[in-house]
Ligand binder design. Sequence first.
Ligand code: ATP
Ligand code: MG
Length: 269
Amino acid sequence: MSSVLKISDLHVSVGDTPILKGVNIEIGQGEIHALMGPNGSGKSTLAYALAGHPNYTVTTGTIEVDGVNITEMEADERARLGMFLAFQYPVVIPGVKVADFLRHAVTNVRNPDRKEGEGLIGMREFRKELRSRMTELGMDHEFARRYLNDGFSGGEKKRMEILQLAMLQPRFAILDETDSGLDSDAVRVVSEGLARLSGPQMGVLIITHHERLLEFNTPQFTHVMLGGRIVETGDAALANELHSNGYAEVRKRHPQVAAEEAAAEEAIA
Ligand SMILES: Nc1ncnc2c1ncn2[C@@H]1O[C@H](COP(=O)(O)OP(=O)(O)OP(=O)(O)O)[C@@H](O)[C@H]1O
Ligand SMILES: [Mg+2]
């Protein structure tokens, strides 16, 4: 059976402030979706809500994987169901080595019924797999011994993200990509890495302003977010249009949402 990640009428607040105002997206396994939209439109908020971040409260609506409502699930339960999230600003975990982090994560995802305290996947086979994935990604094996994201450069964090994807092989990957500070090599690493890893088994939601990321990963669906709503859905041509023309045309096509967006910005200022 092919899997589906279904987001229905999702409303999300941060504190008392409503940010998402009814988001609907359905991602099938094997599909690539792009999520675009101006700064502050709510893209990262959607990613955090999908991850189950405690500061992002779902006030209405549901997130489902194959009909199972995951809206209230903890982040680790979501991971066991095959969801993977990469954040715009990845966490640094000093004291936790990359290899140990990945061995735990991989064990939890591959043995979803594992009880607390039961053994991790075998060290030797894990090491072998990790090393071969690192070689494929052109990563120095020394990285496995470093603390997670601690002192990593922007490009190294991105490689780390793709390494996690390669090891975890999730059913759904949500990637919230930074658009600043990455040189074109780093963007290429992510872009090509993702293109190599995604396939009929993986559904991908790419949040990005980078044209190059989508060049290797042509989206079947492009969603445009404005003021906490998906105002348009199209194909790869829509992504290209937004890359060349920006969001002025989108705002013109949706004057009411644009007015709400402006009013919300006013309220914050
Ligand atoms: N933890 C938070 N505390 C306060 N406000 C927040 C928080 N998270 C999001 N917001 C607000 O929600 C709105 C949407 O932010 P979000 O980060 O989702 O936008 P975005 O579409 O990802 O923008 P960008 O393209 O700049 O990454 C903004 O007005 C932001 O200030
Ligand atoms: Mg963001």
